[in-house]
Design a protein around this ligand. Structure first.
Ligand SMILES: Cc1cc2nc3c(=O)[nH]c(=O)nc-3n(C[C@H](O)[C@H](O)[C@H](O)COP(=O)(O)OP(=O)(O)OC[C@H]3O[C@@H](n4cnc5c(N)ncnc54)[C@H](O)[C@@H]3O)c2cc1C
Length: 421
């Protein structure tokens, strides 16, 4: 990618001015559910989904969708710096938040990197026009950390594949259009060598989607049961049994998350559940003049700044082809830990008011006990921080690999599940 100028030679600064004028004239103020993506019920959620589709289409029609995606596939062919400028101008404005992760990344980025020209032509413009939401289907009931241990099976049948198995924790799959799925196509080789990636329509017979209610009462997480789902070979991504090559880049893009240059969203957002600023919480709690509270506010801000800059540096390094792919785990780890600390700070700042379980009970301080309990989510979603530590130790720092009993063993022979007597 070129630095500073786009394909038609528009500098980042000229582009910024053009984007600013359009955003001010066409986009309203940011909505609460842009930040949290929380809706009161399914009906409200579907309204928000329809609104995001329309907003994405609006960006597309104005030539501001998919800034870093190639023009050939409906994007703008611009640089990460243009995307950054757009995101800065977008601050405080509404945006199609549900398209960011996982639709733009890792789903669209995986299709861009490994898809056939036909797959790219079919899906990238549809995504950028707001017609397709994509889910990522990696985790399985048997465990999400050992991604290469997937047991969802795909068996060749003529020009098709027949999928059977289950995936879990797929965010909001119940209204998504498509998913990328990691499946096992060869059980006679070690686990990393027998995987293949497929594109699968979610809303079709044979795919049963169930909702999972979480501790906080939300049911955005889903599990999918695939029974004899027929997928044409033309919807296979990458080589047969080459799914781990795709999977590694998939997880790289997932770890880049919201700070990927392929994502359009206002800068300065952290996608946590508690989006009230530390200053706002301290003000509500009457603690703005309290030196201890000021220190906590400073710590929280510093964590946010460092997380953003770290991700930004890794993103520009990745775009320039510099650095180890696994470096994205450093940012993922930092973001997870920072998020937990920031939510703990929010809780500390709020004082006794935050002890209420729900919003109504919590004295209007902006955080509640339930959110405190949910703070750990940022260390789990997108792969746990423990796994990030393993990746950093083994693949970035070159420390010895953790012992594993399945290395070099045909996956069929690897013991799974409880022993039966
Ligand atoms: C908000 C949210 C959204 C999510 N969205 C999606 C989604 O859209 N699609 C999807 O596929 N998945 C999704 N997930 C699932 C997520 O990727 C998994 O929860 C995660 O990878 C961990 O897998 P697991 O829950 O099965 O835990 P397990 O893999 O069973 O791990 C249990 C614990 O053991 C630790 N552990 C496991 N192996 C090791 C090891 N080798 N070394 C050290 N510690 C280890 C883990 O860190 C964890 O603490 C989502 C999760 C959350 C919380």
């Amino acid at each position: 990618m070129s630095e500073g100028n786009n394909a038609i030679g528009e500098s980042v600064e000229d582009f910024r001015l053009r984007a600013r004028a359009w955003i001010k004239a066409n986009l309203g103020p940011i909505q609460p559910f842009d930040l949290t993506q929380d809706c009161a019920d399914d009906e409200e959620e579907l309204v928000a989904v329809a609104r995001d589709r329309a907003l994405q289409r609006k960006l597309y029609d104005a030539g501001f969708a998919g800034l870093c995606f190639p023009k050939e596939y409906g994007g703008q062919g611009l640089t990460p710096e243009h995307n950054r400028a757009f995101n800065e101008e977008l601050a405080g404005h509404e945006y199609p938040s549900r398209f960011t992760v996982p639709t733009f990344t890792p789903c669209a980025t995986v299709i861009m990197e490994f898809g056939t020209p036909e797959q790219k032509a079919a899906h990238i413009p549809a995504i950028l026009k707001g017609d397709e939401f994509w889910a990522q289907m990696l985790s399985e009931p048997g465990g999400g950390s050992d991604v290469a241990g997937a047991t969802t099976s795909a068996v060749r049948d003529g020009d098709d594949w027949i999928l059977n198995g289950a995936k879990v924790w797929t965010s909001r799959a119940w209204w998504h259009d498509w998913g990328i799925v990691l499946a096992r196509t060869n059980w006679n080789v070690p686990k990393h060598q027998g995987l293949t990636v497929f594109l699968m329509r979610l809303q079709q017979p044979g795919v049963e989607i169930r909702r999972i209610e979480r501790l906080n009462g939300e049911s955005e997480a889903c599990e999918e049961f695939m029974t004899d789902v027929r997928i044409p070979d033309s919807d296979r991504v990458g080589e047969i049994d080459g799914g781990w090559t795709v999977g590694q880049r998939w997880m790289f893009h997932e770890r880049m998350g919201h700070n990927s240059p392929y994502v359009t969203q206002p800068v300065g957002l952290s996608h946590g559940r508690s989006e009230v600023t530390p200053v706002g919480i301290a003000r509500q709690a009457g603690r703005l003049e309290d030196p201890a509270a000021q220190e906590l506010i400073g710590e929280s801000r510093a964590l946010g700044l460092v997380a953003n800059e770290l991700q930004r540096r890794l993103a520009s390094g990745a775009a320039a082809g510099k650095g180890n792919t696994d470096m994205s785990s450093v940012a993922r780890l930092f973001r997870g830990m920072a998020n937990v600390r920031q939510r703990t700070i929010a809780f500390d700042l709020a004082g006794a008011g935050a002890a209420g379980w729900t919003e109504e009970e919590s004295d209007g301080v902006g955080v509640q006990g339930m959110e405190f309990l949910m703070r750990q989510v940022s260390c789990i979603g997108g792969g746990t921080t423990e796994i990030s530590r393993n990746v950093i130790a083994e693949r970035v720092l070159g420390m010895p690999r953790e012992a594993s009993g399945d290395k070099g063993v045909a996956f069929r022979e690897v013991p799974r599940g409880p022993k039966r007597g």
